[in-house]
Design a protein around this ligand. Structure first.
Ligand code: TXE
Length: 482
C-alpha cells in the first residue's frame, strides 16, 4: 500500500506523530494509499523551512524566478499522462478530462505566473511642484498559506501556489485530504525544476487539524483558500483577529439563463457541459437553468435526450463522460438533495439513481439528474449541491429572469444565452456574480479577475490581482531640493 509523504524543505518526510489517513479510489471504493495525518507540529516544521528560505528566495531575480516557474510548467507538461492518470484515480473524474483540462491548466498556471511576474510593476507618483516623489514598493509578504479543495486538485493547488512563489513568498500548502496524489507527485517536479528547498512545502492532512494549523499559525501572513462557504467562514473567524490577508474562493449556485433568441444548438451542447462537467463538481457549474417560456418545452426534451446519452463509467474508459463522485460521503450528500427536491414537490425529468458499473460495483456512480422546479425558494434552488444535479425553471421575461437569478445567497458566476446586445449589457451589469459568461462557459483568460461576491467569497485570484494579493504595497514619499 503506497504511503505518500509531506514535501518539506525539499524532501519527502513522514508525519511526526506517525499517523496516517486512508485515501480512497472513488471508481472502485477501495483504499489505495495512505497519506500523512499531519498535525500542527508538521505545519510548524514546514513553516520553519519556508521562513529559512524566504530571504534568499525573495532576493532571487525576477528572471531566475520566472525561469524556474516555467521549468516547472514544462515538467508538468512532460509528465501529463502520469499526472492525469493519478488525478483520475484519486478524484474519479474521466481520464480524458484530466488530460484535457486539469493537468494542462496546472502547467498553464505556472507558465502564466512565470511570465506575469516579469511584467508586474508598481507605480510612481510625482507630486508636481512640491519637490516630492512617491513610489510604491510591492514586496513579498513572507510565508503564506494555500489551502485547496478536491474537485480540481492540481489545477486549483497550482492556481494558488504559482503566484505566491512568483511574487517572492515562501509557501505552506495543503491540498485536500480527499485528493492528495497529484500535489504529492508535484514534489518530485519541484526538486527537478531546481526550486530551492523550503520555497514550497506541501503538508497533507485534514482541514480541522493541518488546515487549521496553517490558518492559525501566528507568522503565516496570508491565507489563500478555495473550498466550501462554511469552511471559508470558519477560516475567516480564525484569521480575522490576527488581521491576516484572506482570499476566499467559496461555493456557488450559478444561474444559466437561456433566452429564445439564443444560438440554440451551441447553447444545448455547452449547457450539457456547464451542467455535468467533472460530475457537476465545479463551483462554476450552471446548476440553476432558467429557460424562456416559449422554448422551454423543446429545450427540456432536447436537453434530457442529450443527458440520457452521457456515458457513465469508470474514469479510464475513453467513452466515459460522467465518472465517479469523489467520495461515498459526497455521493450520499448529493443523493440527499435529490430526495429533498422530491419531498418539496419537484419533478425528476431524468436520472437521480445510482449506477452499477460492471467491474466497478463499489464505485461512487450516480446518474446525472435534471429536476424541474416551480419555486425559486426551495432548497434545491438555494443550496449548493456540488454534484451532477441541475434544476430547470421557466421565466416569462428578462426582468423575471434577473430577479430569479439574483435571488440566492451566492454570487460566483452566471451564464447568459442571448443574441441581444442591449440585453447582454443590461444583465451583465445587474447580475450579482463575479464572472458573467455570455454565449459561452468556463472560457478563461488567466489575466482576468476570478472570484465571487456574497457567500461565494472575498477577493479575486488571477493575473495581477493574484500578484497584488501576495504582495504588500508600501508608499515611499521622498522630498528633495532641485
Ligand atoms: O471543501 P472544504 P471541499 C467549493 C465548492 C464546494 C467545496 C468543495 O463549491 O463547496 O469547495 O470542496 C480544508 N481550516 N469550491 O469539499 O471541505 C480541506 O482539508 C482550514 C469553490 O474540499 O471546504 C480542503 O483542503 N482548512 C471554488 C479545503 O479546506 C480546512 C472552486 C477545502 O475543503 C478546514 C472549487 C479548516 N477548518 C470548490 N476545513 C471556487 N469558488 O473557485 C477544511 N479545510
Amino acid at each position: 500500500m503506497k504511503k505518500i509523504k509531506n514535501y518539506i524543505n525539499g524532501s519527502f518526510q513522514e508525519p511526526i506523530a506517525g499517523d496516517w489517513l486512508d485515501n480512497y479510489n472513488p471508481s472502485t471504493g477501495e483504499i489505495y494509499s495512505h497519506i500523512p495525518k499531519s498535525t500542527s507540529k508538521d505545519v510548524a516544521k514546514a513553516y520553519e523551512a519556508a521562513k529559512d528560505a524566504f530571504v534568499s528566495w525573495s532576493n532571487t531575480t525576477i528572471e531566475e524566478r520566472s525561469k524556474i516557474l516555467i521549468r516547472i510548467a514544462d515538467l508538468i507538461e512532460a509528465n501529463l499522462d502520469t499526472l492525469a492518470e493519478a488525478e483520475a484515480k484519486d478524484n474519479g473524474k474521466p481520464l480524458s478530462l484530466a488530460k484535457a483540462v486539469d493537468i494542462p491548466r496546472a502547467s498553464a498556471n505556472f507558465r502564466f505566473f512565470g511570465n506575469a511576474i516579469t511584467q508586474f510593476a508598481s507605480e510612481a507618483h510625482e507630486s508636481v511642484g512640491l519637490n516630492t516623489m512617491n513610489f510604491t514598493l510591492r514586496s513579498p509578504m513572507g510565508v503564506v498559506g494555500c489551502i485547496s479543495p478536491w474537485n480540481l486538485p492540481l489545477y486549483l493547488f497550482t492556481w494558488k501556489v504559482a503566484p505566491a512563489i512568483a511574487a517572492g513568498n515562501c509557501v505552506v500548502a495543503k491540498p485536500s485530504e480527499v485528493t492528495p496524489m497529484t500535489a504529492y507527485l508535484l514534489g518530485e517536479i519541484l526538486s527537478e525544476a531546481g526550486l530551492p528547498k523550503g520555497v514550497l512545502n506541501i503538508v497533507h492532512g485534514t482541514g480541522p487539524e493541518a488546515g487549521q494549523a496553517i490558518v492559525a499559525h501566528p507568522n503565516i501572513k496570508a491565507i489563500s483558500f478555495t473550498g466550501g462557504t462554511k469552511t471559508g467562514e470558519h477560516i475567516a473567524r480564525t484569521a480575522a483577529p490576527m488581521f491576516k490577508k484572506l482570499s476566499l474562493e467559496l461555493g456557488g449556485k450559478n444561474p444559466n439563463i437561456i433566452f429564445a433568441d439564443c444560438e440554440y444548438e451551441k447553447m444545448l451542447a455547452v449547457t450539457v457541459k456547464s451542467s455535468f462537467a467533472n460530475q457537476g463538481q465545479i463551483c462554476l457549474c450552471g446548476s440553476r437553468i432558467y429557460v424562456e417560456e416559449s422554448i422551454a418545452k423543446q429545450f427540456k426534451k432536447d436537453f434530457v435526450a442529450k443527458v440520457a446519452a452521457l456515458y457513465i463509467g469508470n474514469p479510464f474508459n475513453s467513452k466515459t463522460s460522467i465518472g465517479a463522485l469523489v467520495s461515498q460521503e459526497h455521493l450520499e450528500k448529493v443523493e440527499s438533495y435529490i430526495e429533498i427536491a422530491k419531498d418539496e414537490g419537484a419533478k425528476i425529468l431524468y436520472g437521480g439513481e445510482r449506477v452499477s458499473v460492471k467491474g466497478f460495483e463499489n464505485g461512487y456512480y450516480l446518474q446525472p439528474s435534471v429536476i424541474e422546479v416551480d419555486d425559486n425558494k426551495c432548497r434545491i434552488q438555494q443550496e449548493e449541491v456540488f454534484g451532477p444535479v441541475v434544476t430547470i425553471m421557466t421565466f416569462k421575461n428578462e426582468e423575471e429572469a434577473l430577479q430569479l437569478a439574483n435571488d440566492v445567497k451566492y454570487g460566483l458566476s452566471a451564464t447568459v444565452w442571448t443574441n441581444n446586445l442591449d440585453r447582454t449589457m443590461r444583465l451583465s451589469k445587474q447580475l450579482e456574480a463575479g464572472i458573467v459568461w455570455v454565449n459561452t462557459w468556463l472560457n478563461r483568460d488567466l489575466r482576468t479577475p476570478f472570484g465571487g461576491m456574497k457567500d461565494s467569497g472575498v477577493g479575486r485570484e488571477g493575473g495581477f490581482e493574484a500578484l497584488r494579493f501576495f504582495t504588500e504595497p508600501k508608499n515611499v514619499c521622498i522630498s528633495y531640493n532641485l
